[in-house]
Design a protein around this ligand. Structure first.
Ligand code: NI
Length: 259
């Protein structure tokens, strides 16, 4: 089994006690790569430190939309400097969120735009959070797409509808599925996941949040990406090994070969 967890937050305090054991379990489950993402300056710095002596881990740096109002004026320049580090293979977590009201929407849009520009300038993929804001994310991506062409990036933990997924795919993005895919009520997400072209498909945990069934309710960790991959394989009528190979090849193409 070969798997790539394209979205985790390994700096989280819930991993402080046992990160080496968490990573051992991931490796034992076949996880050959993990993209760990920061959500603000402190966690972006922590993420770059965390991957430093672990070549199979990759870092992304950025400011999450829900943290964008809390960022200090100078934070962006430091994020942009960190982003140039070769261990940083993606920009984010960025995006838009209308579910929580932690940052004014115009502030979220300004920060999302900065991330899109930086990612394009550095030639690195962008990791996009989208919660109840598919139309807004599509609108902003469209502006970049019309100006610059296809966008390298990931719609992370996708839970939007098929029509928006089609727009994101048409603009060049990958679509990544998380533990929600295994939840009883997620028929709509499963329908989208069944139809995404194989060469744009990714899997992730979003650890420590939202563990897949049968781990639901526990702390999520990268090893559990295997449960999401198994469900995805079932949906698509292929083996879990095949899903692992396809999604890992896609991740390697986006981030550069792990290891
Ligand atoms: Ni996240």
């Amino acid at each position: 089994m070969t798997l790539f967890d394209t979205h985790a937050h390994l700096y989280d305090e819930r991993f402080a006690e046992d990160l080496p054991a968490v990573l051992d379990r991931a490796a034992a489950a076949g996880v050959v790569g993990i993209l760990s993402l920061g959500i603000d300056l402190a966690t972006s710095r922590a993420t770059v430190r965390l991957v430093a002596d672990r070549p199979w881990l990759r870092a992304a740096v950025g400011v999450h939309p829900n943290e964008s109002a809390a960022a200090a004026p100078g934070d962006w320049d430091v994020i942009a400097a960190l982003a140039a580090d070769p261990r940083v293979v993606a920009i984010g977590e960025t995006g838009l969120d209308r579910h929580w009201d932690r940052a004014p929407f115009p502030t979220q849009e300004e920060w999302f735009d900065r991330h899109l520009e930086l990612a394009r300038r550095l030639g690195k993929p962008v990791a996009i959070h989208c919660r109840e804001a598919e139309a807004d994310v599509a609108r902003m991506l469209r502006t970049h797409f019309d100006r610059h062409g296809p966008i390298r990036g990931i719609m992370h933990s996708y839970c939007g509808d098929a029509a928006h997924a089609g727009m994101f795919l048409a603009m060049g993005l990958h679509v990544s599925f998380a533990g929600m895919l295994t939840y009883k009520t997620a028929d709509d997400v499963r329908a989208v996941a069944a139809s995404v072209p194989a060469d744009r498909l990714l899997v992730e945990t979003d650890a420590p949040y939202l563990a897949p069934v049968p781990m639901r309710g526990k702390r999520n960790e990268p090893a559990y990406v295997a449960h999401t991959a198994a469900r995805l394989a079932d949906l698509r009528g292929v083996t879990t090994d095949e899903i692992g190979l396809i999604t890992t090849a896609n991740a390697d193409r986006l981030f550069g070969r792990a290891g």
